[in-house]
Design a protein around this ligand. Sequence first.
Ligand SMILES: NC(=O)C1=CN([C@@H]2O[C@H](COP(=O)(O)OP(=O)(O)OC[C@H]3O[C@@H](n4cnc5c(N)ncnc54)[C@H](OP(=O)(O)O)[C@@H]3O)[C@@H](O)[C@H]2O)C=CC1
Ligand SMILES: CC(C)CCC[C@@H](C)[C@H]1CC=C2C3=C(CC[C@@]21C)[C@@]1(C)CC[C@H](O)C[C@@H]1CC3
Length: 373
Amino acid sequence: MPRGPGDDRAPGRGGGDGLVSEGSCGADARRDRPRSPGAAALMLLLPATMFHLLLVARSGPARLLGPPPYLPGPEALWSPQMLLLWFTWLGLQAALYLLPARKVAEGQELKDKSRLRYPINGNPIYDFFLGRELNPRIWSFDFKYFCELRPGLIGWVLINLALLMQEAELRGSPSLAMWLVNGFQLLYVGDALWHEEAVLTTMDITHDGFGFMLAFGDLAWVPFTYSLQAQFLLHHPQPLGLPMASVICLINAVGYYIFRGANSQKNTFRKNPSDPRVAGLETIPTATGRQLLVSGWWGVVRHPNYLGDLIMALAWSLPCGVSHLLPYFYLLYFTSLLVHREARDEQQCLRKYGLAWHEYCRRVPYRILPYVY
Ligand SMILES: NC(=O)C1=CN([C@@H]2O[C@H](COP(=O)(O)OP(=O)(O)OC[C@H]3O[C@@H](n4cnc5c(N)ncnc54)[C@H](OP(=O)(O)O)[C@@H]3O)[C@@H](O)[C@H]2O)C=CC1
Ligand SMILES: CC(C)CCC[C@@H](C)[C@H]1CC=C2C3=C(CC[C@@]21C)[C@@]1(C)CC[C@H](O)C[C@@H]1CC3
């Protein structure tokens, strides 16, 4: 194919193939490229490394260093069906790539000063997931605010209650572990509803759009994933003695004390810094006029409320014993959610408060767990 004026493809071997034309595409790009003998080695080494890793991963010993555990025969390496599947996948991606783009971006300037144009059509997917509309309302009905607390959280404790009643039918009475999980999570949801107004200060309401993540999160993820411990206990009864139950109750109480104490302290301070309950706390002034608490709970770590929430998440899993990982899914998921959330909040606070936030980070160096993270 003849080379056009803006064509910046790396020229081919030259001669009659039309891929190399003097002048219009500027100097032969190959002359600009450093000669790298490693390139040839990498073309052999990279596929071999990936192949070795895949063989080791599916072998028993899974020993990374050393020869591959076995070399599959040619029949395991060639499959017309897999080849068709691979081309189907590529075709699907190409079709998605060719979808009408909401946005067309220009690439970096080329040698001939032109710029290629690229369709950016991944945005609709991102927008759909994170949402565009910050306050989706019909008249006074706020969909995001409604979904954040009511159908999902109340649905969660109703599912828990149904599972507790089902265990009573199945075994004559609910187990102590089921009572604990139901009680802890009822406390958590009741607390959220009691402090409903505090939701208005969360980043979901103030910053995030109402897209798939929050819609699915509120209406499906919360009721059906957050009730996993109760679901597990119905099908896997766990013996739980009073001493261990007492320890677990203490863990949940400590978590709730930190969670509630930190949230109430910050929300009270934000509502009225002169409130006698928070007036004596040390603060850092910011250019926005708002102050940052740097003593009390918010002087221990930068997100003490997350720490309390995570301690409660542990207390919710412990009644399920330690024989299965499933009941600890919520703790694992929630830890990653709060770590990511904390990072997002940090960025937002850094933008809001600038040097004051740097000073806060200097004086309160840990994010969630004292002396750890
Ligand atoms: N169970 C679950 O699935 C989830 C539970 N949660 C819980 O929800 C609760 C709310 O969490 P979240 O919505 O993330 O936000 P937070 O309640 O942690 O609020 C963060 C905001 O608080 C303000 N702030 C931060 N540091 C200070 C300080 N030192 N002094 C004064 N103000 C400060 C900033 O806002 P500004 O300065 O603008 O006021 C910041 O953006 C938490 O307890 C969390 O554990 C959260 C997500 C999921
Ligand atoms: C599906 C995704 C992987 C994750 C979805 C996350 C959502 C389930 C959570 C995002 C922030 C939430 C908050 C709460 C519930 C879970 C979601 C919606 C609370 C209402 C829980 C009770 C607390 O007292 C306040 C929380 C505000 C944030």
